[in-house]
Design a protein around this ligand. Structure first.
Ligand SMILES: Cc1cc2nc3c(=O)[nH]c(=O)nc-3n(C[C@H](O)[C@H](O)[C@H](O)COP(=O)(O)O)c2cc1C
Length: 386
């Protein structure tokens, strides 16, 4: 059963932070858009304290532990796993179970599930709870056919009854707060999220994250945060605004004009944790070449530890482009790294190109505890027995 509702005025930390809450779906005024909001303010999802108003977006093929831990270091108040298949968990798929590893310095952490049947989703949520996550997030927004044709992801935006039953089943199964991440609807121009959102909260969702693009749009066009403002005005739960937030100015504007509790940042953080620091604190400026090389090497080392060298070698290639692009390193250097088959060689080339990175890397490694010391072992039952 859904927990007792908090009055909306106390959805955050009790401070009077919502100057710009829209009413009746009307966007807030320009005056409010200029209000300065402290992104270092904490807020709550159910009993979970989220220390900043920045959430690192779940991204399939990106949100590994190394990415999440880095996000926390650079100011994200909440991080989220990529979407994890309930069917994969049910069948004990080893790779799927690997997504459930939680490091001690990730908290608060949401693990995101996708599926279309209440019972397996409730079972998967129990597993998420048992591995030590703080929040179970449900994916009602993935537009990819492979997912929607199984009845999961964005397909659920058109199946409101089933969507609510999924939330209810999960809320009944676990003590953790249940959150939902959704798109605006399936078809372009759809406003399905505005009907579904309040029902999901009624069914037990403690918070909603809205990416106000349609599934059809994929990532084209822009996120229509006027819809986020409307959703905020309709639900008694904190709303997180996702889509096209890449700078502090944009984060402030989205928070001020929507009344959302937090912004979620996805693509803007790929290979660019410094963007998170800029958004939260407004300082930092662009990193030096040495800082980029050091952070990338640390990321490579942690990912190898997490995925094993073979999987990490191909997984990491997209990150080289993200870290080294935007004029940080010459294009041919980036191309060279992409040709390399060994992560050791990647590390050597990076250090040769930015020798000053060694000192920064040593400092980072001293500050950041090694991931393997922090990873909590999964209970044996999760692997389906000994
Ligand atoms: C590569 C990639 C993978 C994504 N995977 C997921 C996912 O697993 N679950 C989810 O809810 N959203 C996923 N998203 C959507 C993001 O969480 C986010 O809502 C979207 O990218 C818009 O935010 P942005 O403009 O800050 O990137 C993904 C987005 C990208 C680019």
């Amino acid at each position: 059963m859904p927990g007792p509702r908090r009055p909306r005025e106390t959805a955050g930390n009790g401070s009077c932070r919502r100057p710009a809450r829209s009413t009746g779906g009307q966007p807030a005024s320009k005056y409010h858009a200029t209000a300065v909001i402290d992104l270092r303010e904490s807020w709550k999802i159910g009993p979970v304290d989220v220390p900043t108003r920045l959430v690192l977006a779940p991204m399939a093929g990106v949100s590994v532990q190394a990415f999440r831990r880095q996000g926390r270091r650079y100011g994200a108040g909440l991080v989220c796993s990529e979407m994890v298949s309930c069917a994969g968990i049910e069948h004990g798929n080893e790779r799927t179970l690997g997504y459930l590893r939680v490091a001690a310095d990730e908290h608060p952490l949401a693990i995101q599930l996708f599926g279309s049947e209440p019972r397996p989703m409730a079972e998967a949520a129990r597993m998420v709870e048992s591995v030590g996550a703080d929040i179970v997030d449900l994916n009602f927004g993935c537009p990819v056919k492979k997912v929607t044709r199984t009845g999961a992801g964005a397909h659920l935006l058109e199946e409101p009854d089933l969507a609510c039953r999924l939330v209810e089943a999960v809320a009944d199964a676990v003590e953790l707060p249940v959150t939902v991440k959704l798109r605006r609807g399936v078809e372009n121009g759809s406003r399905a999220c505005l009907e579904l959102g309040p029902r999901l909260v009624e069914a037990g969702a403690a918070s909603l994250a809205l990416h106000p693009r349609s599934a059809q749009q994929m990532y084209t066009g822009t996120a229509d945060h006027a819809l986020t403002a409307e959703l905020v005005s309709l639900v008694d739960a904190p709303v997180v605004a996702s889509g096209d937030v890449t700078s502090r100015a944009r984060a402030q504007a989205v928070l001020a004009t929507t009344g959302a509790e937090a912004v979620m940042v996805g693509r803007g953080a790929q290979g660019n944790p410094w963007a998170l620091r800029e958004i939260v604190d407004g300082d930092g400026g662009p990193p030096t070449r040495e800082e980029v090389a050091a952070e990338l090497i640390l990321f490579v080392r942690e990912t190898v530890r997490e995925l094993g060298e073979r999987r990490a070698t191909s997984f990491l290639k997209k990150f080289y482009g993200w870290y080294l692009g935007s004029g940080r390193f010459p294009k041919p250097f980036k191309q060279e790294l992409l040709q390399l088959d060994s992560v050791d060689e990647v590390e050597r080339r990076l250090l040769a190109a930015a020798p000053g990175a060694i000192a920064i890397l040593e400092r980072l490694e001293a500050e950041v505890p090694p991931g393997d010391e922090l990873t909590l072992e999964l209970p044996i039952s999760i692997y389906g027995g000994g």
